[in-house]
Structure formats: C-alpha cells, structure tokens
Design a protein around this ligand. Structure first.
Ligand code: 0A1
Ligand code: ZN
Length: 881
C-alpha cells in the first residue's frame, strides 16, 4: 500500500544497470512462516553504464534482513540501510565483488501470490514481473542475467518434492531423514523474473521426449496427489509443442528436464520459468467428465505458449518491462500458429479475432488505451493486457503478411541467432526483418507506439465504361489518452474482388501500387487504388483473414453481404459477412426499441443463416461459428455511445428466438445429425460436432417451448462429458422454470468436491442476464466454497458478474457498488487481482447517462479510499481521467 502518490516510470529514462550479477547461489530453507534465504551474488560494475554509479540499490520488499556480507566481511549498520523498497549499500567497490545476504520471508502471509507463497500447502513462487524482490534483495530487472545454483531444504514429509530451474544436481537427507535438500543448477543465464521454486507433497506423471538432435529430455507434470490421471492431455500437449517448435521454427529444447507444476492459487494462467513452468491447475487437469472442449483447447494453447517462451522470452528476454510485447506478442502469435495447425485455420482465426475484438478493441477505445509498447507505467502488472498480448501478436502477424511466410521465418532465424542469450528490444526484433528483406520498417514501428484501433473507411466505385474499380481507403485515427494527434500507419489490406459468379477476379492495379498475394499495402492517410479490366461491378471482400487490427467500414448492401456469406473464397470473410449482417440488424433493432418503433425484418438474414447452418459441404466448426451471433459486448462496442445494455440484450434475444422459431425444423435436424456416438475424445471432428450441436441447442432453448426446455434438461442430465453437461446447464440458465433450479442443484451435488469443475456452477449463475442475478451473486459470495483469496474463484464469480452486461449495469447502480466493494476488499491483500477486476469499469463513459453517473460514483468511491495499492490507484485514476 502506498503512503505517497505513486510515480510513473518512463521508457525514455531507461539506463543500463550500474552493476551486473554473473552468478547467483541461493540456499533456501523452506518454512511456512519463516523461510530463510541465503544468497551469494558474484557482482561487477557494468561496463555499459557510463558516468557516476552512486550507491548500490538492491530491490526488496516484505523481507526481514539478518546479515549483509561483502567480500567475506559482515557490513555494519552504518554501511547499508533498508526501506520499504530495498537495500542500499553506500559505497560498493569499483571492481568485482561477492555479496552475501541473509533474509527471511513469510510464505503463509503472502496472499498477493507474488514472490514465495503457499498454495494449498505447496510452496511455490511467482516472480514475473517483480516478485523476486519479495524472496531476496536483488537487482530485480530483466536486463540483469545470471546463472543460478539453488539449494532448497525442507521438511521431508511436508515437502518431499523440491524443484527449481535447470537440471537436478544433487539431493540428500538431513537430520536423520526429517529434513532433506535438493540442488538445482540452471546453466542458462536468466533474469530474476524467470526464477522458480516449488516444494510440497505432489503427485506426478512422467514421460520422455527425444529432441531432433537426439537428446533425451525427462518430462514431468506435478499435481495434487490423486489427480495424476488428469494430466495425460497436458503431457500430450507438451510433447506436441516441443515437436512443433522444432519443425516450424527450428527451436530445440536445451535442458535435461522439463517440469510443470499445477497449483490452485495463481494470479494468471501460467508462467514460463526456465525449465519449471508453473500453471494455474485449471490449465493442466483434464478428463472427459471434468473438462470441456474449451478447457482442453485452452490447456493445449497455454502449454504451447509457455513452452514456446523457452526461446521467445527465456533464451531471448526483454531489456526492460516496456518491451513486454517482445516476448508476449510474439509468443501469442506463435501459439496461434500452433493452434491453427491443429484445427481448421479459419476457425482458429475466427477465435483469435473474436478474442481481440472482445478484449482488446474495448481497451483501445477507452480510458485504459495504451500502445503495444507503453512508454510509461506506474505498476507494470497493469500492463499484462490484451493490447500487449493480442494486439502485440497482430503486429507480428502483419510483419509475416507483409513479408510472406518464408522471409518471416528467415527473420525469426536471424533474431534467434543474433540475440540468443540477450535482453533485447522491439527495435532489435524488427531490425532482423528489415535485414532479411531489405525493407524499411520505419513507418511500421508506429504500430508499437501509437494507441487506438485505426478506422479504415473504404469506398469502391465501379466504372462500367472504363471497366475500372477505384478503391478509396482512408485511415481514421482518433485521439487516445495522452495522444491527441496520430500518424498514418502501414496497413496490409488483404482483399479480393468477387465477380458475378462469385469467383475472385484477377487483381490488376494501375500505377506503382504494391499488391502481392492479394495484399495491398496502405501507407497514406487517404489513398485511391485503381483496379483495371473489371468486367462488371464487383463485390469487395476486404480485410481477408483479418489482415490488420483495424475497424473496417464499407457501405455494402444486404445483397452484397448475402453474396459474400455464400461465395467468398476466404472462409474468414464469409463468416465476417454473416456477423456484419447480424450486427446491422441488431444495431437497428436497438435503436428501434429505444424509440418504440418496429425493428427491421430479419427474414432474409435468417434464411441465409439457415442455408449456411445446414450446408453439409461446410465444416461443422464454421457452421457453429456462423450460428453464434455477435455478443452483447460486441454490439455495445459498435454502438459506442449512450448504451442501454437492457435494449441490447432484448434485441439480441429476440433475434435468437426468431431464428429458432423460423429455422426450428432445420435446427432440430442438425441437433440430431450432430450427435457424437463415439466415446469422448478432444479431437477436431468431435469438437466441431459438439460445438454445432450445442449452439443449436442454445438457440432452440431460446425458443422456449416446453419441448425445448425438456430437450435442454435431457441434454444436461444424459451428458457423458462436461462439454455437453455445461451446454445443457448454460442453455437452462436462461430459462425460468423449475428445470433450471434442478439442474444447478444436481450440478452442485455432483461436483462440489471438485474445486475446478464447481467454478462453472458459480460462473453460470453469475452470468444469468437478469437484474436479480445480483442477489444470487451476493449469496454465492458467502458460500463456503467461495474464497476471495483464490483468484479463480474471484474471476468465476465476481469477474463473471462484472462481465454480465444486464446484471452488472443494473439501472440502480447496485451492481457497480457490489463490485467496487469487492475490489477494495481484495486490494488489501492481492492488488494485482483487484486492479484486474477494476478494468470491468473501463467502458463506463459509453453508457447512457443514468448508469454513467452511477458508475462514476462507484469509481470515485474507489479513488478516494485509503490506502490504495499502486495497482488500483493507477487503473482508477486512468479510468476516471
Ligand atoms: N508471462 C506469463 C504471464 C504472467 C504474467 C504475470 C504473472 O504474475 C504477475 C504471471 C504470469 C505468460 O505470458 O504466460
Ligand atoms: Zn506469455
């Protein structure tokens, strides 16, 4: 908690560290309340740091200091001092020296889950971004790379498993077997944020992997004893990830062992500590009855992500925290490519884009907008955002689109070769692509420094006499906080022009326009491109595969959209056309509702959707995506101001009901056709069938006849896997009868002993789109299985409630008040989690005035509370600015 107003740190102030640490020896004696840490550091002045060096300041927080020894001599109290932020040694030698420090910390008291803490009796660490300083005094910054040797000592019974980074070196017993120790050595220099340690009573599954050069690697996944059987999928994902990185990027693993540990209390999804990844257990444990297809997919994606960090993050790390996207954007891009190789690429792209638009676009359009590489922060933990991760990935993808896959790979090879073992910058990364291609990336760099989603306003004019089509493209770059004027960007616009029969016309441009593989390069604020030899008025298909993170506008008629829905050769854009049509109808319906007017007639859209849904030539996964209407949050984003969440909900639900009423027989046929007869397996074909069948189930249940509700109830109770069970529960959660209550009761009885599965029970109750949900959530907040100290539980109940547009935005403001109170409560012990929850308020200014005022009142209440963490202080002030 901060006594003074917290201060921002700026990218422009970056300076290399005055000292370097080459070697670290840690000796850690684990104890629940008094863990002793002895650290021996081989240090030297940094030759890269010119000018006066001053005192040596080591970062440290919540530590008890017992001893400081410099080159073998214990320092007296006069030669050093400590405060809340660290240890200061007044005059360190101007040559290499050894510094020994002995401290204690208290893992049981650590509810912030940063540093060393206990999760259900397991000692574990989380050091990114600045958790290492809560374990020992250190130069806790990513550009200080050292080789670590770690000795861990603990009670043999309480912590039979002792793990750290790198390779195991030695283990042994002490105190007649009551205590024991293990020594680990990591030969790869790494920054402190990649340090990890685990100690506890854990079960494990093991396997081996042979790398492409024939080296054997021992793989282990450690979990709560008794849950080993649920690790098979995670192990399979790990091996596929290891193989994939060899084949796709030529990256081989570089230690004798690779360990994964699953813990229940974790602030994020997982962490890429060198050779010892630590995971939120919901992203490891899976079985047919305890994990949904979505869970299986996320496990695969996150295991891959953390594994890929071994090269993009660990071997090459970040010079400073402003460069976070260097490892995160690139690693997300790599995990997206991996996922795309495991399912239909268009389905993966739809998934990526849905996520980007749902999470990043609202961030970029609101008070928390920041560049992919921010230039200032108060608390770095507030910048693990969708902008850094997902938009960061889009920037890497654009580099690939501009260069083509081959050159992109060449650039990546150069990056690995040139910067291995270094702490690099975004400039270093982009330079590699400039060097392999001979192209200039100067304008491209603006993507890293300029916040906000560019608008791309397009217009196509056809001239039948000249047989030309003129495409005008204008970039609309609105101001964002701290950036009032913007520069035009370099935008790869992938496109096609569809002729009368639906085929792509050859793209011939006039003049020096760059168009390669259907990609037009936009560089100016406004520009017109002429396509020649066009026999008849074409229908434009723009931004194919979502080739850039922009908001596209082009005036297309309903007929054009229907034409694209059925003919576009780009599967992504075929789906997009359906979404655009639905959005158009829904936005018009919301307007009509608020003016008491009749909504537009959706029958042509419904008919077209029916065609796509039952088109057996189309992959079921794509059909399922097409049947999923834009979410209420998507619609709010498009409407952008004076938002009435109730009207949006009503418009969307009405369209869903009409869809089911008009397409009833067809949907019922799909429901029957898509039933999976084989035993459950998380394979693409089954997943796609379940996805289509379950989205149809949702629509049919929205129709609301007794038979529809009975279908959902039967779907729920007869399910043989969690995917179907949850689909049934979710469908019933929006109905009003006794079936809903019975289903939630039954689910509770069945799963109350499983701390992961029961989260669905909390979540689906918190997500019911009704003002009464607040009362339910208040009651659930007092449920014995609920705990604000567990981040998953907070996200699943409070987070899901805050993401429920109708309930959170109750017109009386009680939803805001409830969430604001929880934020303040959580901020006392877990600032990161509190600050993340607070981002639920980020779109408050777009609400209609009554709600806007109430949200503002709740935010101001948070802002004036004392004490506030740096984390919450930063988010609340930016949100209100
Ligand atoms: N680097 C991890 C994410 C992560 C970030 C911060 C954490 O604690 C504050 C934990 C994990 C990743 O990208 O997976
Ligand atoms: Zn990551």
């Amino acid at each position: 908690m901060e006594a003074e107003t917290p201060k921002a740190i700026f990218l422009k102030d970056y300076k290399p560290s005055g000292w370097l640490i080459d070697e670290v020896h840690l000796d850690i004696a684990l104890d629940p309340t008094e863990t002793r840490v002895r650290s021996r550091l081989q240090m030297r002045p940094n030759p890269a740091r010119t000018g006066r060096r001053g005192p040596l300041v080591l970062d440290g927080e919540s530590l008890t200091l017992d001893r400081v020894v410099l080159d073998g001599k214990e320092l007296s109290g006069k030669s050093f001092s400590t405060d809340d932020n660290g240890l200061r040694i007044a005059s360190p030698p101007d040559k290499p020296f050894t510094l020994e420090i002995e401290t204690r910390c208290n893992p049981s008291a650590n509810k912030a889950l940063s540093g060393l803490y206990l999760s259900k009796g397991i000692y574990c660490t989380q050091c990114e971004a600045q958790g290492f300083r809560r374990i020992t005094y250190f130069l806790d910054r990513p550009d200080v790379l050292a080789v670590y040797t770690v000795r861990i000592e603990a009670d043999s019974k309480a912590a039979p498993v002792l793990l750290s980074n790198g390779n195991p070196v030695e283990r042994g017993t002490l105190d007649r077997g009551h205590r024991h120790y293990a020594i680990w050595k990591d030969p790869h220099p790494k920054p402190s944020y990649l340090f990890a340690l685990v100690g506890g009573l854990l079960g494990a599954i093991t396997s081996t992997f042979k790398t492409k050069s024939g080296k054997k690697v021992d793989l282990s996944i450690y979990v709560e004893p008794g849950k080993e059987e649920r690790c098979a999928w995670a192990m399979d994902c790990l091996k596929r990830s290891m193989r994939w990185d060899e084949e796709r990027f030529g990256r081989e693993y570089d230690l004798d062992v690779f360990n994964i540990v699953a813990v229940s209390d974790f602030n994020m999804g997982a962490m890429e500590n060198k050779g010892l990844n630590i995971f939120n257990d919901r992203l490891i444990l899976a079985s047919a009855t305890t994990a949904t297809d979505g869970d299986y997919f996320n496990i695969d994606r996150v295991i891959a992500h953390e594994y890929f960090h071994n090269w993009t993050g660990d071997r090459i790390t970040c010079r400073d925290w402003f460069q976070l996207c260097l490892k995160e954007g690139l690693t997300v891009f790599r995990d997206q490519l991996y996922s795309a190789d495991h399912r239909a690429p268009a389905v993966q792209r739809i998934y990526d884009v849905r996520m980007l638009k749902a999470r990043q676009f609202p961030e970029d359009a609101g008070p928390l907008a920041h560049p992919v590489r921010p230039d200032r922060f108060i608390e770095i933990n507030n910048f693990y955002t969708s902008t850094v991760y997902e938009k960061g990935a889009e920037l890497c993808r654009m580099v690939q689109t501009l260069l083509g896959e081959k050159l992109f790979r060449k650039g990546m090879d150069l990056y690995f070769e040139r910067h291995d073992g270094e702490a690099a910058t975004v400039e270093d990364f982009i330079q590699c692509f400039a060097d392999v291609s001979g192209r200039d990336f100067k304008q491209f760099m603006t993507w890293y420094s300029q916040a906000g989603t560019p608008g791309l306003v397009c217009d196509l004019k056809y001239d039948a006499d000249k047989r030309t089509a003129d495409l005008t493209v204008e970039q609309v770059l609105l101001p964002t906080p701290g950036q009032s004027t913007k520069k035009p960007l370099q935008i790869p616009l992938k496109l096609g022009l569809l002729g009368g029969n639906g085929n792509d016309l050859p793209l011939e441009t006039k003049g020096p326009t760059r168009i390669e593989n259907g990609v037009l390069e936009i560089t100016k604020r406004k520009e017109t491109f002429r396509f020649v030899d066009i026999p008849s008025r074409p229908v434009p298909s723009l931004l194919r595969s979502f080739s850039a993170p922009v908001n596209l506008t082009i005036a297309l008629s309903d007929d054009d959209l229907l034409f694209l829905m059925s003919h576009d050769s780009d599967a992504f854009n075929r789906w997009q056309a359906g979404q655009d049509y639905a959005t158009r109808l829904l936005v018009a319906s919301v307007k009509a509702l608020r003016k008491d007017k009749a909504p537009p007639d959706p029958s042509r859209f419904i008919e077209a959707l029916g065609e796509v849904a039952s088109d057996e030539m189309l992959e079921p996964a794509l059909r399922a995506q097409t049947l999923t209407l834009p979410s209420e949050t998507d619609l709010a984003r498009v409407i952008a101001k004076d938002i009435d969440p109730d009207a949006i909900h009503k418009a969307r639900n009405t369209l869903r009901r009409k869809l089911a009423q008009n397409l009833g027989a067809r949907l019922e046929a799909i429901y029957d056709d898509m039933a999976v007869k084989e035993p459950y397996a998380p394979v693409p074909e089954q997943i796609a069938h379940r996805a289509l069948r379950n989205s149809v189930l949702g629509l049919l249940t929205a129709r609301g006849t007794a038979a529809d509700v009975a279908r959902a109830a039967h779907h729920f109770s007869s399910a043989s896997n969690l995917t179907d069970e949850i689909a049934g529960l979710s469908a019933l959660s929006e109905t009003r009868g006794s079936e809903r209550k019975a289903a939630f009761e039954r689910f509770y009885e069945r799963w109350h002993d499983d701390h992961i599965v029961i989260d669905h029970w909390f979540l689906y109750q918190a997500a019911i789109p009704h003002p009464g949900t607040l009362a339910t959530v208040k009651k659930l907040a007092r449920h014995p299985l609920m705990s604000l100290e567990n981040p998953n539980k907070v996200r699943t109940l409070i987070g899901a409630f805050a993401a429920n547009p109708v309930a959170f935005n109750r017109p009386d403001g009680a939803g805001y008040e409830f969430v604001a109170e929880r934020i303040l409560q959580i901020d006392r012990f877990n600032p990161q989690l509190a600050a993340r929850l607070l981002t639920a308020f980020r779109s408050w200014r777009t609400l209609e005035s009554t709600r806007r005022k109430l949200a503002e009142k709740a935010l101001k209440g948070i802002a004036k509370s004392k004490p506030l963490s740096r984390d919450v202080y930063e988010i609340v002030t930016r949100t209100l600015e």
